[in-house]
Design a protein around this ligand. Structure first.
Ligand SMILES: Nc1nc2c(ncn2[C@@H]2O[C@H](COP(=O)(O)OP(=O)(O)OP(=O)(O)O)[C@@H](O)[C@H]2O)c(=O)[nH]1
Length: 502
């Protein structure tokens, strides 16, 4: 044996493939006579060695994650609202091929104990028509995706893209039918929580569901059915047995019926579109996160540098108790969006992808730093960016909050600023399209196409429609959200606008 091994020279070509599996082909040389083969016999007799290529594959090896794979950790704002995942429902458990134990009719010569024992053995579970109930393999686990308000982004799915439900249990049997046999256990449904506002689509694009409310759910993959059990009875008894069960195995090919069915597998695209009544927009550092923290219980990151906010923050505004029965109409969810800058639609700053999260809002609040160099210019910049993304956003009801009036440079020019901002816009005409009605339909359209389409249209439209031709704000208020100056007045305006926009 040792000498035989020494004859073998092995040349291994190892390849690390992209999917981190290790494969290799091995060229083995060995003396011809050890692998006799008629073709080789015809070849040159001087050829002492012949090569054989043996393809081998090793089990997947765990490779360290590539630097690109944790990009979602380094740049969460690019990944938090979109992901493609694959879900697989569980396979059905297998049934069993069962034989019926030999049963003799109780004879008179048997004692009472033996007679009872024989009788007991024959007590199989039966259907209402007397046929024997044969156990089935357990149903494979379904996969359900549901909206859960404790989730706020789709980031975790970038870490785990494959989700698999458990398979159903097999019929536990020793091959003989007994009265104690049970069905295989059904596998539990795999329930995957996603943030409120997640749109579920097939990877190829078919819209499946918009999980906008807590508890909304959709079954995305069905588990396989369990296999049935078959009775394996000798041929001469088959006719007699068909009266007891229709699941009689006729030949070996019938065995496939006892195998559980495969669970469904689908690739899904999840797109998060934040569910909020109010969207806060503005340049970086305008004070949007500070405003959110001032009027809700949200605790967003606040800092004196641009782009502190990388993903939308949500906060809940309670109803106003002073409004009595009207109170609940002023309850609302506010979304603080990352800051926009000029050229965001060309990808500058954090880009404009966050603007899709305004789609479900019914009110926009422009937050402007009134102490900045050119507050009116800043306000126009944000409006331009909104228009470049979707001109429909400019038709939506909105307020302007001139923030940081605790600073002397802001308080001095507040009246002029208010007037200048008020001038940018026209009277709101009541027959203007209800922008909120477009929300549901637009969700079923491919988001990227939709935004491109809208920006394509807006590029054409913007030449004909100036910012002044869109409706003016419902109110312009000067506040300092940091120092709490006029915050109540601002809240009053927000609540009034919310009630109006219902
Ligand atoms: N003086 C003064 N400073 C404020 C006021 N509101 C916010 N700030 C400060 O402005 C800076 C930016 O505030 P943020 O709330 O993070 O601004 P933002 O608009 O959310 O910024 P991004 O996350 O970059 O979009 C912080 O240092 C705040 O303390 C205010 O009313 N007065």
């Amino acid at each position: 044996m040792a000498s035989m091994v020494s004859h073998w020279s092995s040349f291994l070509n190892l390849n690390f493939t992209n999917d981190s599996s290790l494969s290799f082909s091995s060229t083995l040389s060995c003396p011809r006579q050890q692998f006799p083969n008629s073709a080789s016999q015809k070849r040159n007799v001087n050829e002492n060695y012949r090569s054989y290529t043996v393809k081998c594959a090793l089990a997947k090896t765990r490779m360290p994650p590539s630097p690109a794979s944790d990009a979602y950790i380094r740049e969460p704002h690019k990944y938090f609202d979109e992901v493609v995942i694959t879900v697989r429902a569980g396979d059905g458990g297998h049934g069993a091929v069962l034989s019926i134990p030999n049963q003799k009719a109780p004879s008179k010569s048997q004692g009472k104990y033996d007679r009872d024992k024989t009788k007991k053995r024959a007590s199989y579970k039966r259907d209402f028509d007397g046929s024997i109930i044969l156990p089935m393999g357990g149903h494979g686990g379904d996969v359900v995706i549901y909206a859960d308000e404790s989730k706020d982004s789709l980031l975790e799915f970038h870490n785990k893209r494959n989700h698999k439900a458990k398979r159903g249990g097999n019929v536990d049997s020793m091959g003989v039918l007994t009265s104690h046999m049970q069905n295989g256990a059904a596998a539990p449904t795999l329930r995957i929580p996603v943030p409120l506002g997640t749109v579920v689509k097939l990877k190829r694009g078919k819209f499946l569901a918009d999980l906008a409310n807590q508890g909304d759910e959709i079954l995305v993959a069905r588990g396989g059915q369990g296999g049935i059990s078959l009775l394996d009875v000798p041929e001469h008894k088959r006719k007699q047995m068909t009266t007891l069960s229709t699941n009689i195995m006729r030949d070996d090919t019938d065995k496939v019926l006892s195998f559980g069915q495969s669970g469904e597998e689908v690739s899904l695209q999840l797109i998060l579109r934040v569910v909020a009544d109010v969207g806060l927009v503005g340049l970086p550092n305008a004070g949007k996160s500070t405003l959110l923290a001032a009027i809700t219980h949200a605790k967003p990151d606040i800092a004196d540098y641009p782009f502190t906010t990388l993903m939308p923050n949500l906060g809940r505004l309670d109803g106003d108790p002073s409004l009595g029965a009207d109170k609940y109409s002023s309850e609302a969810t506010l979304a603080d969006l990352p800051g926009l800058i000029e050229g965001a639609h060309l990808g500058k700053g954090l880009g404009r992808n966050f603007l899709r999260h305004l789609r479900r809002t019914r009110l926009l609040v422009h937050v402007v730093d009134a102490a900045a160099e050119d507050p009116v210019g800043d306000y126009r910049t944000v409006k331009e960016e909104l228009r470049m993304y979707n001109p429909e956003y400019l038709d939506r009801p909105y307020l302007v909050v001139l923030n940081k009036i605790d600073k002397p440079e802001a308080i001095d020019r507040l009246p002029t600023l208010t007037e200048e901002i008020w001038k940018i816009g026209c009277e709101r005409i009541s027959s203007e399209p209800d922008t909120r009605s477009g929300v549901a339909e637009s969700i079923s359209v491919d988001e990227s196409q939709n935004s491109e389409l809208s920006s394509g249209l807006s590029a054409k439209d913007q030449k004909v429609k100036e910012l002044e031709e869109y409706p003016r704000p419902l109110a312009v208020v000067g506040v300092s959200v940091l120092k709490g100056i006029k915050v109540n007045e601002m809240l009053k305006e927000i609540r009034a606008a919310l009630r109006e926009s219902l």
